[in-house]
Design a protein around this ligand. Structure first.
Ligand SMILES: CC(C)(COP(=O)(O)OP(=O)(O)OC[C@H]1O[C@@H](n2cnc3c(N)ncnc32)[C@H](O)[C@@H]1OP(=O)(O)O)[C@@H](O)C(=O)NCCC(=O)NCCS
Length: 186
């Protein structure tokens, strides 16, 4: 899929080496493992973390030169395209390409992808560390609503605990371009 300035394609197994290189060379400060060892990634491949049942991985590349600038992992998709399990995702964009609108374009594309290809998905969710302002802005921009606040739920590599926010978008809101607020006082 081509979106202004970027292409998003589903990961193919012959791209394993560039994916491992991309993920192991980045620093993902808001994740529990900011620097992911290659060995861990290779084990994850073996266990189906990227392409196993209910999991799909997409690569974000610059259209101009096909340079890999980001990775999306979509998971909890369930057993088949008819499954109604609520999926979640993770997105990682290389540091020097952040803040340029790629996150918003990619998450918007991913939301369209999920609701278009999985007719029984009524919701799509994401969680992020509370201080990950860029991710929270991206989610809000793409129509996700904050539905949960988990206290001390997100450990960093030193064992410090951060609060984390849960976001969701409803198929109904995606279809109608609306935002259904959470009934906090119910
Ligand atoms: C989170 C991430 C995917 C966002 O992608 P991106 O391409 O940088 O995002 P965009 O450029 O599309 O949009 C970022 C938005 O956050 C805002 N933003 C970024 N940093 C901010 C900060 N420190 N304070 C306030 N706003 C900030 C930008 O202004 C922009 O919002 P706007 O368009 O309303 O101005 C990317 O930064 C990333 O990969 N981070 C590391 C991995 C990660 O944390 N992934 C999420 C795991 S849950």
């Amino acid at each position: 899929m081509t979106i202004t300035g970027i292409n998003i394609t589903e990961f193919e197994i012959q791209e394993k080496e560039i994916l491992v290189e991309f993920l192991s060379s980045g620093c993902w400060q808001f994740h529990s493992t900011p620097q992911i060892p290659k060995e861990k990634l290779l084990k994850q491949f073996e266990s189906g973390y990227f392409t196993g049942s209910g999991q799909r991985t997409f690569l974000i590349k610059k259209s101009v030169d096909n340079l890999l600038i980001g990775v999306i992992r979509l998971f909890d998709l369930g057993e088949s395209t008819d499954d109604d399990e609520t999926p979640l995702f993770d997105i990682k964009i290389k540091e020097e390409f952040r803040g340029d609108g790629t996150g918003k374009k990619a998450v918007s594309w991913l939301t369209d992808f999920v609701f278009t290809n999985y007719p029984n998905k009524l919701r799509f969710e994401a969680t992020t560390r509370i201080d990950n302002i860029a991710m929270r802005r991206v989610l809000e921009h793409c129509g996700f609503v904050k539905e949960a606040h988990y206290r001390q739920a997100w450990p960093d590599k030193e064992g410090n605990r951060y609060d984390c926010a849960g976001y969701g978008i409803l198929r109904r809101d995606w279809e109608n371009k609306t935002i259904t607020p959470v009934k906090w006082n119910d």
